[in-house]
Design a protein around this ligand. Structure first.
Ligand SMILES: [Zn+2]
Length: 112
């Protein structure tokens, strides 16, 4: 195993791992706050950094069948959410490539 390389984001509002504070995404990448994860409220982001993905699996969500990968923190390996690889429903195609991060596992860093 190589050394873990951690990326740092710049921006007004950064979303980080609640446990280890590694940066995960930022408000500029936030697509929607109207999602539900396994723990409750979840956010959909266009992209993020410092996460690892698990193996692809079929997941039946309220909006239909999707192929997803679980997302864990690169540093502390905490479960954070999932990535959408493929959406079977035409109306859900916009999610492909985007990531879900569950609010419970996030902390917000705000620079003012
Ligand atoms: Zn972490």
């Amino acid at each position: 195993m190589g050394r873990i390389i951690i990326e740092y984001l710049e921006g007004q509002k950064i979303y980080a791992c609640k446990k280890c504070n590694v940066h995960l995404s930022k408000s500029n990448y936030l697509f929607s706050k109207q999602f539900t994860g396994t723990s409750g409220t979840a956010f959909l982001f266009d992209k993020g950094v410092n996460y690892l993905t698990g193996k692809p699996e079929e997941k039946r969500l309220r909006t239909g069948l999707h192929t997803t990968q679980n997302i864990i923190c690169i540093k502390c390996q905490t479960y954070l959410g999932w990535k959408y690889l493929y959406a079977y429903e035409q109306s859900e195609k916009y999610k492909e490539g985007k990531i879900i991060l569950e609010k419970l596992f996030l902390s917000k860093i705000k620079w003012n």
